[in-house]
Design a protein around this ligand. Structure first.
Ligand SMILES: Nc1ncnc2c1ncn2[C@@H]1O[C@H](COP(=O)(O)OP(=O)(O)OP(=O)(O)O)[C@@H](O)[C@H]1O
Length: 364
């Protein structure tokens, strides 16, 4: 799977840009604010139609322009691939694969997959459980797209159930109780399905994660992922029934997959509170690489790997280890500084004054 050429029109800071990527490693170098992340973001947009930085879709359109267009030409499973995504300032998106309109964003996954590792991923380790739940559920959908429906169903029913609980204002009348029964039955089914799927995914993930961490951190520390939802083993439907009064009093659903803890540890110590900053960054990278490897195993081809500004926070040894740990396939990395010693990108692009030119990347 590759993107060989990329064209941008009115995307982020680029009025018009064209670039060529290597089948292996491409390095994009430039000063802060030059537009390096904008370029890799465009590649992610081809696979998802969205920003990986959490920006609203309309922020992807160059200020003042009427639409942003990203076009990528590449290869998937030996076949030529042309993906085009158009975004308007109101946030409307249109996507085409090989000139055929794609109805659902999810269908773009059949054309392109991208794994992104960016500085904010530190939050996967350092932040609260919501980020880790999102990581697991995103990976679940990437590995088994059918779980997209489970996840959506769960989100919908939780919203409806919480709205009903809030509306009840602490007291349920008969009609509201009957509606709640319906939501509870749906929540119990979707919740248990997601909980079990998360558990199975973690069982597959942990060995891959441990080995990725050992490579990047150059140690043999054991990495664990603790996911122990008691509601799942106790039967979610009964737990919801028992907790109904408390839910009504608080006006929200207090127990379930949306509140689960997912704890990471390194060598038996909680990574969130005990690991050093460097260890946390290595673990965040290992989480992305492990996910990347599971998806590769599942779909039989490696997604495109994007590493956005990852060396600025790592010491030279960890940066080198990270480069050495890169799985085979197409990788695009950005840096505002120098590449780690020993780095030998197949193609180097430099951005200066908004222009993209070919040139050697500085290696330190
Ligand atoms: N919709 C937009 N329209 C016009 N310019 C934009 C838009 N979105 C972002 N920019 C500009 O793009 C620039 C940021 O680009 P980008 O985030 O790619 O920088 P970078 O090279 O990755 O920087 P750093 O090294 O600091 O992370 C900013 O100058 C910003 O003003």
């Amino acid at each position: 799977m590759r993107v060989d050429r990329l064209w941008l029109t009115d995307f982020r800071s680029y009025e018009s840009a064209e670039l060529q990527l290597a089948p292996g490693l491409t390095a994009i170098v430039g000063a802060n604010g030059e537009g390096k992340t904008n370029l890799v973001e465009a590649i992610v947009v081809l696979a998802t139609t969205a920003s990986f930085r959490g920006a609203p879709t309309e922020a992807l359109v160059r200020a003042g322009a009427s639409a942003a267009i990203v076009r990528g030409e590449g290869e998937r499973d030996g076949r030529q691939l042309l993906v085009e995504v158009e975004i308007t300032p109101t946030g409307r998106t249109r996507a085409q694969v090989n000139r055929q309109r794609v109805a659902r964003t999810r269908d773009l996954l059949d054309a392109l997959r991208v794994t992104v590792f960016a500085p904010d991923d530190l939050d996967l380790v350092k932040g609260g459980p919501a980020g880790r739940r999102r990581y697991l559920d995103d990976l679940l959908v990437a590995v088994h797209p059918r779980h997209d429906a489970t996840r959506r169903d769960l989100d919908r029913v939780l919203r409806q159930r919480n709205a009903l609980l809030k509306q009840a204002g602490g007291r349920l009348d008969e009609a509201a109780a009957a509606t709640l029964d319906v939501w509870d039955a749906r929540l119990a089914t979707a919740g248990a399905e997601l909980g079990r799927a998360r558990r199975d995914l973690i069982a597959r993930l942990v060995p891959v994660l441990s080995s990725a961490y050992d490579t990047v951190a150059d140690t043999a520390a054991e990495v664990e992922v603790a996911y122990e939802p008691t509601w799942l083993d106790a039967d979610y439907a009964s737990v919801l029934a028992e907790g109904r009064q408390a839910d009504v009093r608080r006006g929200l659903t207090l127990v379930g997959p949306h509140r689960d803890e997912v704890d990471l540890s390194i060598g038996g110590l909680p990574a969130r509170t005990h690991a050093s900053q460097g260890e946390q960054r290595s673990l965040a990278f290992a989480l992305r690489i492990a996910g990347h490897e599971l998806v590769t195993e599942e779909i039989g081809v490696a997604p495109i790997l994007v590493l956005d500004d990852v060396f600025s926070e790592l010491d030279p040894q960890r940066s080198r280890a990270l480069l050495e740990a890169l799985p085979p396939g197409q990788t695009i990395l950005t840096t505002a500084g120098v590449l780690p010693e020993g780095a030998a990108p197949d193609r180097s692009l430099r951005i200066a004054g908004g222009r993209i030119v070919e040139g050697d990347a500085p290696v330190g």
